[in-house]
Ligand binder design. Structure first.
Ligand SMILES: C[S@@+](CC[C@H](N)C(=O)[O-])C[C@H]1O[C@@H](n2cnc3c(N)ncnc32)[C@H](O)[C@@H]1O
Length: 316
């Protein structure tokens, strides 16, 4: 693992109001998986991304041999789905929570015109990989100076001043968050009034499912992932002061495509990752896209906001 460094704020933005924090305290399994194990390099993922992918844009997958290029496309398309919720985004500033190698940040800059883009990740090795992967952009060639920054920091304590971000997004990282209420409060704090939040990942469908998932999927049992319950998480966003919280299940465009790809990988065809489709088909989990809007007046409801209390709506 790379040497732990204190987190620092991105250039031009004052940091967290309580000052710089020590390097994020990662759960041991999260530290290992994104440190020495470098999850992006396992055959389930491709192209440096680490997400299950959104497969709807690849067309009918029946009978088709899925290539590594298809896998990368699915991972990029998950980003496109999330970033597309922002509407016309050119010139608006964005923050990604849990950016991994920063490939989604570069896509946000390149395809959606979000500018500047800050990639935040709690693992120092991921930040080091992101900086290495985008060294040219970061060096400021071809007018790119200051448009992309990678910052070490936790989603539950973002090293940013209040009201500094237009668009906050996250792709397949929330399942690692131990403190979803703190993340929601931070999202409400760093977003400008009226700023937009969009995130996607997998959640337990019910509290009962959350209790059953560790028996089926090792990442819940070994401490990598937390089976957050979708309605409770949506309520946590609303309780933090975010409004217009919309929850959209997108599992029909995620799990089958991912499973088809797994089935075609010799080293993965009979492994436990294929149980995600079982968990989806038996109603234990689903993949969701959530969107919300920051309150018009800065500062959401602060400490003591009770998770699960406020209303959220479901969209399709
Ligand atoms: C599954 S990877 C997804 C990476 C990237 N979004 C993608 O789709 O390729 C999850 C990332 O979240 C980061 N992470 C985990 N817990 C975090 C936290 N509390 N705050 C910020 N990042 C976190 C991990 O270090 C990892 O890079």
């Amino acid at each position: 693992m790379a040497q732990q460094q204190p987190q620092t704020g991105p250039a031009g933005a004052a940091g967290h109001p309580d000052g710089p924090a020590a390097a994020p305290d990662l759960p041991p399994r999260v530290a290992t998986v994104y440190g020495e194990s470098d999850l992006a390099t396992v055959p389930a993922f491709a192209g440096g991304f680490i997400n299950f992918g959104y497969w709807a844009e690849l067309g009918d997958l029946t009978g088709r041999v899925l290539t590594e290029a298809d896998r990368v496309r699915s991972e990029q398309d998950l980003y496109r789905l999330v970033l597309g919720t922002f509407g016309e985004a050119r010139g608006r500033g964005a923050l990604e929570a849990g950016c991994g190698r920063g490939l989604g940040c570069a896509l946000a800059l390149r395809e959606f015109g979000l500018d500047p883009v800050i990639g935040l990740d709690a693992h120092p090795d991921q930040i080091a990989r992101a900086r290495a992967a985008h060294a040219e952009l970061l060096a400021g060639g071809a007018g790119s100076a200051g448009r992309l920054t990678f910052v070490l920091g936790a989603a539950q304590r973002m090293p940013l001043a209040a009201g500094t971000v237009d668009c906050l997004y996250s792709v397949e990282a929330v399942q690692h968050f131990r403190f979803p209420a703190a993340f929601a409060l931070e999202a409400a704090r760093v977003l400008r009034p009226g700023g937009r939040l969009a995130l996607t990942t997998f959640f337990a469908r019910t509290p009962k499912a959350a209790r059953e998932l560790p028996g089926l999927l090792p990442p819940y049992a070994d401490g990598l992932d937390v089976p957050h319950v979708i309605d409770e998480f949506a309520g946590t966003l609303a309780a933090a002061g975010l409004r217009d919280v919309v929850v959209r299940p997108i599992g029909d465009a995620v799990w089958e495509g991912y499973d088809r790809y797994m089935a075609q990988q010799p080293e993965l065809s009979d492994g436990w990752p294929r149980r995600y489709l079982t968990a989806y088909e038996t109603g234990l989990l689903d993949y969701y896209l959530l969107t919300a809007v920051a309150p018009r007046r800065a500062g959401g409801q602060r400490a003591g906001a009770s998770p699960g209390g406020a209303a959220a709506s479901r969209g399709r």
